[in-house]
Design a protein around this ligand. Structure first.
Ligand SMILES: Cc1cc2nc3c(=O)[nH]c(=O)nc-3n(C[C@H](O)[C@H](O)[C@H](O)COP(=O)(O)OP(=O)(O)OC[C@H]3O[C@@H](n4cnc5c(N)ncnc54)[C@H](O)[C@@H]3O)c2cc1C
Length: 500
């Protein structure tokens, strides 16, 4: 099976290195071997050019918001990757930057012996810059493979302004890409012939789970945010969560997803951190969901679909599965596309639609009933018990219930001195504490609170104008919040495991 050409783009115009010994796959975002288009493409090149394949997975320490929480999650995934590489016979080098071992220049050094380099085309955070830097500095062709979702992002001409537009675009193309999903599982025989042995020019990471905490002490990280007990990174946990979701929760997804409850009572998949770090891919989730609601089995070559654009009926005959797939595909992809088409986007509000910008301009001087600074937000010490609970959940568990996330964002906008300050606060809290932070959906989630992908709402309100307003009072009226509040209170104790 070959990787669709729409997923591949050159990041430089350098030639292949005829003297190169191997195809180098620089694993940055899709941190797995199975069901990974980038790995598949690197292997395809190695076989076509009769070269070895070398996989490099690195973890630097100096990026914004780096912390024991984030590092531990990634390291747990790296331990599994090493084991999988050994099983399959893949040349895999894992590198972790510590105080004793600086990462500067390592990749460029490895790149010297590469025939060509393949990496992941993840459109956000430090990855585009890292890729560009290598593309400029190395002397060899660097190709990026977009394995972000089911439809290659290059196929969309521009960012979508609303989910209904994105949904139709995606669903029209969906049947064409069903049969080109990345190979779900490799065998040893698939790798054979590509596995030459090379000595790494650094001390390779050969780690066991019980050594992670001592390794973390040797790393200078930006933040001290602690790992959360019971939250474990890596592919096997991702696959277990997926199975658990399909066996026990998906039927309740559409009706109960938005009701703020403790995680054990919330029928969601908890997969966003695993998607973010690439321990699992969207395609394999789509496949598993579609199979799970088709007890008689699926003939993938003969599938029929509903009308493109119809959220309720398109993917399967099961409304709950369709609801889940719509979040996973439409809502997730709209964020990835936003970044893919706005490579320079980071943190200003200029990419918001004109109607939103007009509202912000008109209401920027409105009186704010409450004003909080960053330390008050971070300490969850506002006057609002619901907001404080949401922030406490985030800080202590690395996640926040989806409905609470929307309310949380809206209130920061309402009670900050300026819209820019609100954006900075939300970016900081989300990216520092959330396992799934630093993702395109971190930013489009925050910007959704400012009106992105939404429509004007009436009546016009203080601070928000026509941007959708949410309040803790109406949340309290809409849902029975006590179990959520009790759960957050209980977090101050020492819960065994939060999500199972
Ligand atoms: C202010 C704010 C900040 C957010 N920050 C992030 C973030 O940092 N990282 C992140 O991945 N998502 C973010 N989201 C979107 C959403 O809250 C999470 O994706 C979802 O709650 C993750 O939980 P889950 O994996 O159990 O989702 P499930 O409900 O099980 O959904 C499965 C997958 O679909 C995707 N998805 C579901 N809901 C959304 C949504 N509303 N928008 C985009 N994708 C969605 C996610 O990839 C998710 O893992 C944010 C939303 C808001 C309002």
């Amino acid at each position: 099976m070959t990787v669709p050409k729409e997923r591949i783009r050159k990041l430089n115009s350098k030639p292949i290195n005829e003297q190169g010994k191997y195809i180098l796959y620089w694993m940055q975002a899709y941190r797995r071997f199975d069901a990974n288009h980038s790995f598949a493409y690197a292997l395809q090149l190695a076989k076509s050019y009769n070269k070895h394949l070398l996989v490099y997975e690195g973890l630097r320490s100096d990026y914004e918001w780096s912390s024991p929480r984030i590092h531990q999650f990634i390291l747990e995934g790296m331990i599994e990757n090493r084991k999988r590489a050994e099983e399959l016979g893949i040349n895999y080098w894992a590198f972790v930057e510590t105080r004793a071992q600086n990462g500067k220049g390592i990749l460029r050094n490895i790149a010297k012996d590469a025939y060509a380099i393949v990496t992941d085309d993840f459109p956000c955070f430090i990855i585009p810059e890292q890729s560009k830097s290598l593309a400029d500095k190395c002397d060899v062709m660097l190709l990026a493979v977009d394995g972000n979702s089911v439809i290659p992002l290059s196929l969309f001409e521009r960012p979508a302004s609303a989910a209904r537009i994105m949904r139709t675009w995606i669903q029209k193309k969906f049947p064409d890409f069903l049969l080109s999903f990345a190979k779900p599982k490799w065998n040893k025989s698939d790798i054979q012939g590509t596995n030459g042995k090379y000595a790494a020019p650094f001390s390779e990471l050969k780690l066991e789970t019980n050594q992670i905490s001592s390794l973390l002490m040797q790393i200078q990280l930006k933040e001290t945010t602690s790992p959360v007990k019971g939250v474990i990174g890596g592919r096997s946990v991702a696959l277990r969560l997926l199975k658990d979701f399909l066996d026990k929760k998906i039927t309740k997804y559409a009706d109960e997803r938005s009701n703020p409850k403790p995680p054990v009572e919330t029928p969601v998949s908890f997969l966003s951190p695993y998607l973010h770090f690439g321990h699992i891919g969207a395609e394999e989730i789509v496949r598993a969901v579609m199979e799970s609601v088709s007890p008689k089995g699926l003939d993938w070559e003969q599938l029929s679909f509903g009308k493109a654009g119809d959220r309720e009926t398109f993917y399967t005959k099961d409304p709950a599965a369709n609801h889940y797939l719509d979040e996973l595909i439409t809502w997730r992809d709209i964020g990835y596309l936003f970044f893919f088409k706005n490579p320079s986007f980071r943190k200003d509000l200029k990419d918001l639609p004109d109607w939103v910008k007009e509202n912000l301009k008109k209401h920027k001087k409105d009186h704010r009933e409450f004003l909080y600074d960053r330390s008050t937000w971070e300490a969850a010490k506002t006057h609002d018990p619901l907001w404080n609970a949401a922030q406490t959940e985030l800080a202590l568990t690395g996640r926040m219930h989806n409905y609470m996330r929307m309310l949380w964002g809206k209130k920061v906008i309402e009670w900050s001195a300026t819209y820019e300050e609100a954006f900075d606060t939300l970016e900081y809290l989300n990216n520092k504490y959330a396992y799934d932070g630093r993702n395109p959906n971190s930013y489009t989630g925050i910007l959704w609170c400012f009106g992105l992908f939404d429509r004007p709402w009436f009546p016009e309100r203080n601070v928000f104008g026509n941007i959708r307003y949410m309040s803790s009072q109406s949340t309290m009226k809409k849902f029975k919040m006590q179990s959520y509040l009790d759960y957050v209170k209980s977090l101050e104790g020492d819960p065994e495991s939060l999500f199972s």
